[in-house]
Design a binder for this molecule. Structure first.
Ligand SMILES: *[C@@H]1O[C@H](CO)[C@@H](O)[C@H](O)[C@H]1NC(C)=O
Ligand SMILES: *[C@@H]1O[C@H](CO)[C@@H](O)[C@H](O)[C@H]1NC(C)=O
Ligand SMILES: *[C@@H]1O[C@H](CO)[C@@H](O)[C@H](O)[C@H]1NC(C)=O
Ligand SMILES: *[C@@H]1O[C@H](CO)[C@@H](O)[C@H](O)[C@H]1NC(C)=O
Ligand SMILES: *[C@@H]1O[C@H](CO)[C@@H](O)[C@H](O)[C@H]1NC(C)=O
Ligand SMILES: *[C@@H]1O[C@H](CO)[C@@H](O)[C@H](O)[C@H]1NC(C)=O
Ligand SMILES: *[C@@H]1O[C@H](CO)[C@@H](O)[C@H](O)[C@H]1NC(C)=O
Ligand SMILES: *[C@@H]1O[C@H](CO)[C@@H](O)[C@H](O)[C@H]1NC(C)=O
Ligand SMILES: *[C@@H]1O[C@H](CO)[C@@H](O)[C@H](O)[C@H]1NC(C)=O
Ligand SMILES: *[C@@H]1O[C@H](CO)[C@@H](O)[C@H](O)[C@H]1NC(C)=O
Ligand SMILES: *[C@@H]1O[C@H](CO)[C@@H](O)[C@H](O)[C@H]1NC(C)=O
Ligand SMILES: *[C@@H]1O[C@H](CO)[C@@H](O)[C@H](O)[C@H]1NC(C)=O
Length: 550
């Protein structure tokens, strides 16, 4: 039928259409393949920037293997363009080629834990699809490129542990999808930009160990999804805006080692019910310890040491079942009164406690026996430099995992419990400058891990037990200013591990200095002054090769 026959005109038209469609397809193909070629060339440039590749990662980066199959590369399935570049912890050394900015389909760059040097190329600002940018733990220097703020899809920026300088770009506030920023351990300066308060998706902001100054911006209190803020080890000053203590989601708040001041709101743990880690140590904070502390039921680490806190510690901390680190060191807590240590009894319920210190405060009163019921998982107990009275409870022998026991510079009386021989893991025992009397128990010889012992400044008498020869890890022994008598025990002088100091001065030792003294090959300081020693100094003392002070 004529109707079905193509006429000349339609035939010509169809031939034309056929060619032009194919031409367009050809054109598209040429474009696609030239874009693919762009990726290919950019990756080769990236490879050229690598100067050391001990694991041979780049051996696969060669033709004829398609670049989508090169190690560390992922491509989109349809368009065969590079979508991710992931080479983590491969000991790679080199620089990041600016041509990386041509990989315009990249969504993920992760080069963490290598040794990339040089600057972060500004061309990363061309990677409009970039979502994750992780160059943490490298050796990059220079500034954080402003152009990064053009990568509007970014939700992760990890640049921690590099040598970056300059400011945190305020322009980052345009990246409304940002969720996590980690910038710690660089040399960043200037202030934390208040504009970060506009990043409403932010959950993690960490920038510890930089040179940041100024205050923590009030605007950060607007970030209602924040979970983790860590800005310790900077030069931040001023007070922390109350609004920051109002972010219910916060679980880690770390501002240690700055110059911050002000006090903590009493209701802080009602407003921060999810707190797990709270590190405010080494600042100028003042005022009382918040009463709501007992309500932070997820708390694991609470450290407010080295500040100016005053008053009493709340005595109802028994609900803090996850608490493992509680540090009140170096403050003005307590008032040398009998109520000061009541709170210790509630801590016996904290079955995960590993570290507890009240060193360097004004706590007074008798040490309650309940201290012996602290978690047996306790590793460090530091009660030093207070005004604590009473005897040392023998039942503390229960604390069998103690490595550090410091009770020095208090008003303790009575004996050193011989039961302490059960504390087999003890490495540091400081009981000096109290009013302890009686003999040094021979069970000290059971403390075979002991490295440092301070018993100076007490009223101890008798001799040093010969069992001390079993303490083969001792490097510092201070037993000065006591009433010890008898001959200097060979066993002490034969402790070849002693490297720092042996101080037995201001006692009543008699007799000769034993020839064994020559075994102290590593000791730096030997002080046996102010005793009643007689006779000659043995020639063997020439064996004390490291002696600097005698
Ligand atoms: C990357 O793009 C820049 C600018 O368009 C161009 O000059 C450069 O040659 C490209 N690099 C590669 C490897 O294609
Ligand atoms: C990558 O390698 C696989 C398996 O060897 C192969 O099937 C695939 O075609 C390769 N991909 C490309 C883009 O060449
Ligand atoms: C940093 O990278 C090195 C290898 O370059 C690795 O040994 C180290 O564990 C990494 N540090 C962290 C904290 O991941
Ligand atoms: C950085 O961004 C600016 C615009 O903000 C642009 O003009 C410039 O070309 C970008 N630089 C690079 C290297 O991409
Ligand atoms: C950090 O930068 C300051 C000056 O901006 C400089 O004095 C200091 O040496 C730098 N520190 C390191 C570790 O590079
Ligand atoms: C935050 O965003 C608001 C609204 O977009 C804007 O008015 C304000 O200037 C921004 N603040 C900062 C500090 O960038
Ligand atoms: C804390 O949040 C409460 C309830 O949302 C609000 O009433 C109060 O004003 C906030 N306080 C601060 C200091 O932001
Ligand atoms: C906090 O320190 C600033 C100086 O950095 C000072 O002006 C302010 O009075 C101090 N505030 C308090 C409560 O100590
Ligand atoms: C806070 O803890 C105390 C004592 O543990 C308890 O009596 C009080 O009900 C708690 N308050 C809140 C709001 O959880
Ligand atoms: C001790 O801990 C238990 C949970 O193990 C808790 O139920 C109890 O209330 C706590 N006691 C005190 C005095 O806080
Ligand atoms: C603390 O109190 C004890 C006994 O009540 C007293 O002997 C001591 O002098 C007081 N210490 C200070 C520093 O006030
Ligand atoms: C010290 O060790 C000896 C032998 O290992 C043991 O018999 C003694 O009970 C221990 N003494 C203490 C106080 O732990």
């Amino acid at each position: 039928m004529k109707f079905d026959e193509p006429n000349h005109y339609t035939l010509v038209y169809q031939v034309f259409l056929f060619f032009s469609i194919n031409l367009v397809c050809l054109q598209l193909q040429v474009n696609a393949s030239s874009e693919k070629e762009t990726d290919h060339l950019a990756l080769l440039k990236f490879k050229q920037g690598i100067t050391s590749d001990p694991h041979g990662i780049f051996n696969s980066w060669n033709d004829p293997l398609h670049f989508c199959n090169w190690t560390g590369i992922t491509c989109g399935r349809r368009h065969q363009r590079v979508t991710s570049l992931v080479l983590v912890g491969q000991n790679l050394v080199g620089s990041i080629s600016p041509h990386i900015g041509n990989l315009s389909f990249l969504r993920l760059i992760n080069l963490e834990s290598n040794t990339f040097r040089g600057e972060i190329p500004r061309q990363v600002g061309n990677l409009f699809r970039l979502q994750e940018f992780d160059l943490g733990n490298n050796s990059l220097r220079g500034e954080i490129p402003l152009n990064l703020s053009r990568c509007f899809q970014l939700n992760i920026i990890y640049l921690w542990w590099n040598n970056l300088i300059g400011k945190i770009p305020a322009e980052l506030c345009s990246l409304r999808k940002l969720q996590m920023i980690r910038l710690g351990t660089n040399n960043l300066t200037g202030e934390i930009p208040p504009s970060l308060g506009n990043l409403s998706s932010l959950t993690i902001f960490t920038a510890p160990f930089n040179n940041l100054e100024g205050s923590i911006p009030n605007e950060m209190g607007q970030l209602k999804s924040l979970k983790h803020v860590s800005v310790g080890g900077n030069r931040l000053s001023g007070i922390i805006s109350p609004s920051l203590f109002n972010i219910t989601s916060l679980s880690t708040l770390g501002v240690e080692s700055n110059q911050l001041n002000g006090s903590l709101p009493d209701n802080i743990c009602f407003t921060l019910p999810n707190l797990q880690t709270f590190t405010f140590d080494e600042n100028y904070f003042s005022g009382p310890v918040p009463n709501s502390l007992s309500n932070a039921s997820h708390l694991e680490v609470f450290d407010i040491s080295d500040n100016n806190f005053v008053g009493q510690v709340p005595s109802n901390l028994g609900n803090l079942q996850s608490l493992s680190w509680l540090n009140f060191e170096i403050n003005n807590l307590g008032s040398n009164s009998s109520n000061d240590l009541l709170f210790l009894t509630s801590l016996t319920n904290c079955s995960n406690l590993e570290m507890f210190s009240i060193y360097g405060n004004n706590f007074g009163g008798v040490l309650p026996d309940s201290v012996a019921n602290f978690s047996t998982g306790l590793i460090a107990l530091n009660l030093g430099e207070n005004e604590i009275t009473g005897i040392i409870p023998a039942a503390m022998e229960n604390l069998v995992n103690l490595i550090t026991l410091h009770m020095n510079e208090n008003l303790f009386t009575g004996f050193i419990p011989s039961q302490f021989g059960k504390l087999q893991k003890l490495q540091s025992l400081l009981l000096g400058y109290n009013q302890l009397s009686g003999r040094i128990p021979s069970s000290i010889g059971n403390l075979t891990q002991l490295s440092s012992v301070l018993l100076s400044g007490n009223k101890l008498e008798g001799s040093i037990p010969s069992s001390i020869r079993n303490c083969q890890h001792l490097y510092a022994v201070h037993i000065a200013e006591n009433r010890l008598s008898g001959e200097l025990p060979e066993e002490v002088l034969g402790l070849t591990s002693l490297s720092k100091i042996l101080n037995l001065s201001f006692n009543s030792f008699t007799g000769h200095l034993p020839t064994e003294v020559g075994k102290l090959k590593n000791v730096n300081t030997l002080d046996i002054s102010e005793n009643n020693l007689s006779g000659e100094i043995p020639e063997t003392i020439g064996g004390c090769l490291s002696l600097e002070y005698l």
